[in-house]
Structure formats: structure tokens, C-alpha cells
Design a protein around this ligand. Sequence first.
Ligand code: BG6
Length: 494
Amino acid sequence: LPASGAVYYLFGATGDLAKRKLFPALFSLYKEGKLAEDFAVVGLARRSRTDEQFQAEVYESINEFCRYKADDAELWNRFAQHFVYMSLDINDVEGFRELTRLSEKLDERFDIPGNRLFYLALAPELFGPVSFNLRDGGLLESKGWHRVVIEKPFGYDLPSAQKLNDQINQVFKEEEIFRIDHYLGKEMVQNIEVIRFANAFFEPLWNNKHIANVQITLSETVGVEDRGGYYDKSGALRDMGQNHMLQMLTMIAMEPPSRLHGEDIRDEKVKVLRSLRQYETFEDVRKNVVRGQYSEGVHKGKPLPGYRQEESVAGDSVTETYFAAKVAVDNFRWAGVPFYIRTGKRLPVKTTEVVIEFQNMPNNVLFASRHNLAPNLLVIRVNPMEGIYIKINAKQPGSDTQIQPVAMEFCQSCQVGINTPEAYERLIYDAARGDSTYFTRWDEVSHAWAFVDKIAAAWHDDTSDIRPYPAGSWGPTEASDLLKQDGFRWWPVN
Ligand code: BG6
């Protein structure tokens, strides 16, 4: 079903996110009939552009980044005429009044019933001022619905996130606020619920009686690229930990919701976040969290600079580009099961994987005395490969005694003709339909910050534990010790 007609306001329309993700997502939705003809997109940024120049930029972005090409001229022309551009100083309410007048014209031209979706791809300190000016400039007075989509980072810590939220709340109600965590838009992250709750194989075993540990890896090969200015103040814990990693952890750990409705699912996720054991002391943090920073190294024969040599990064920076943590979910289901999470820049491969390691078979006379049985694994591959596989033990053909682990695999991304929607397509479509299931609610955000802030505070006081690791390697060796002391190891990613 197409989303109901609306004007989409892209704040930050000349930025990287619009180019790489938002324009392509809108085009894919249009091509698949999920946007009918009753919509308009207003590009907003300070720079001046004509509508034609803006449309030309959208065209380039689609041909470079979209999973569909704009090669059908008729379709492209129809799509492009929905795009207009307005140069806007976001501190000047007069500009917003002009935007209101423009919106009324667009409503009429495209037969839109006054619905307005504001997409803020802006620095967080602008969320408040823009919200106020939307209100004061008359944009919220139209007849239809009003929704605001907010990009990460949602604050820097709990107090700053709280302040942002208070500002936005003066203008929008919680159900009108759609906080993006693009990992929640990924097919395989959404698939976690189905794998868990639609399979008799898994749900009965999904607890501390059968699962030995859970491992979540988000590794990237890129360095900080041209985002040094932002990243050096943020670091891996805030950039990936507070949001994507904790969100994936909640999807793995949550109780079955009473229904598959947004609020029910988010209620269950919040319960997980409330069950996270907080690291209270400096020693707790030292024992359970490892951080690292990449130094010079080599990847596929190519020499790579260290983090401190990157553009806009301080020469003596102590920002972490890697962290690994042992996380405990202190509730009935998970008591005693460690969740190990790790993420880093400049690691050897780009991948996101969740590994569920099952407990070993009881030591029995049949096999265990003669063989070291490998544990069963369930591996959920989120990106760039999408799929799942399980590792089970089987007899080696031709031998009476040898047992070997074999993999049974479902590779979604290998299937011919499967062209899975990008995260942003799904999320924009959901926001336009008013479905906030895969957006983060304020209580999720605040609990996640509370957890992360404790770690950040301990790190702030003493930076002696930050470990350099060569770019292109798997991070500091201390990250392996986190598991070794519990009798486990990181399973190699594929
Ligand atoms: C973003 C982070 O949220 O996620 C980036 O700010 C990171 O630092 C990116 O590179 C990774 O996303 P994906 O979808 O490419 O895995």
C-alpha cells in the first residue's frame, strides 16, 4: 500500500546522508509504488539552488547509490517534478513562514491533505531550534498529521539527550517523534524476531539453560574518513555502542511481546535495557570493557595511517575506535549468560554478525571422551551478507569415529533476484505510515545512555587502558581475554 500523501521536508538536503541514503530510498519507494503521486519533497539547506539543480543532484545520487537506476526517462521525469528546493536559514522564523506558504502550494499542486514529515538530517544542537521554528513559522497548523524524523546522534550523553528531548517535546508528542537507528531498518535485524518466535527449533532453547553465550560483532574496514571532527568527540562507544549494538542486543534478548505491535515490542526492549548490569566502579569497567585505537597498519597490502594522523583528529587523541564489552542481562532468562559485543574501525572485514553459542552436550560416554565436540552455533548475518546458518556436529563420511562440525546455511543475499530494501527505505516508509516499531522510543534511548555513560565516565578519568591496534587487525588482544577467562573465544566471522 502506498504511504498516505505528505510533504517531506529534508533538512540537510545538500549533505552526505541525503545523497547516499535518502534520495535513493525515496526513489526505490516510488519505483515500487510505495509512494503514489500525492507527495512532494522540499530540499532545505542554507546554500542556494534552483529546483532544476536540486533535481540534477538527486539524479546523480540515484545513479550512484540507489539499487534501482533512473534509466527510465518517463519515470524519472515524473518522480523529479515532486522535488523542489528552498534555501533556508534555520534560525530565521521568517524563512519558515515562507516555507509554510510554499507547503500550501505543494498541497494543492499534488493533492496532499496537509500531512507533513520533517526529516532532520542535522547536527543535534539544531533539533530544538528547528522544532521551535516549525511551530512558530506555522508549519504545524495544517490539517493532516505532523511527524519529525530525527537522525542520530541523539545527544552525547544522558543529560544532553534529555535536554534535546525536552526541547523537541515542547513541540511534538512522543508518538510524532521518530528517532532513527538505521540498524533497526536492516532486513536481518528485523528478521531476528521471526527467527526467534516462528521456529520451534529455537525459542524453547532461547535461555540460560541452553545458551552458553552470545557474541555480536560490528566490524568495519573504513577508518574515520572525513568525519574526524565528529568522531573524535564521539568514539566507538557512543557512535555504535549506545545505539546499534544495544539495539541488536535487545532484539536478541527480549521476551516475546504480547503482540507484534510497536509499543509492545518496545516495552519488551526497554525491559532488557533496564536489566543490563551497570558497571558501577572503575574496576568493573576495566574488567569488562576493552578499548582500542588504531595505529598505522596494512590492509590488503595497502599501508594505512593511524587514527591520530587522520584529518581533524587531535594528534594526542585518546578517543577509542574500538571497544569490546562483556554485558550481563540480569533477568530470569539470561542470568549467567554473557553477551560479548565488539565493534571497531579499520578491522580486517566489514561485517555484522550475531553468534548464539549453545551449551555443550553433557559429557557422555558416546563421544565426549574421544572427541572435543564443537558447540552448536546459530549465526545471524546482518550485513553485507544476509542470512543465517547453524553449525551442527555430524559424522565424517567414511570414518567410524570422527565427528566434524558442518554448516547448514540459508543465504538470503545469495538468492538470485533478491534485491532487499535498504534500511532507509523501510524506515521512511514506516514513518510515513506512522509505524514507529523500528524507531527508538525515548525510554530506550535514555536507558542506553545511562548504561554507556558509566563506561564513558570511568574512561574519562584514566586513559591508561586504551590499547593501540594496527589498522587492518582484529583489535587489541585484550578483547580475546574477556572471553578466555570465561572459557570461550570469539568465533571467526565470515
Ligand atoms: C553509523 C556510524 O551510525 O553507522 C558510522 O555513525 C558507521 O560510524 C555506520 O560507519 C555503519 O553503518 P552500516 O550500515 O554501514 O553498517
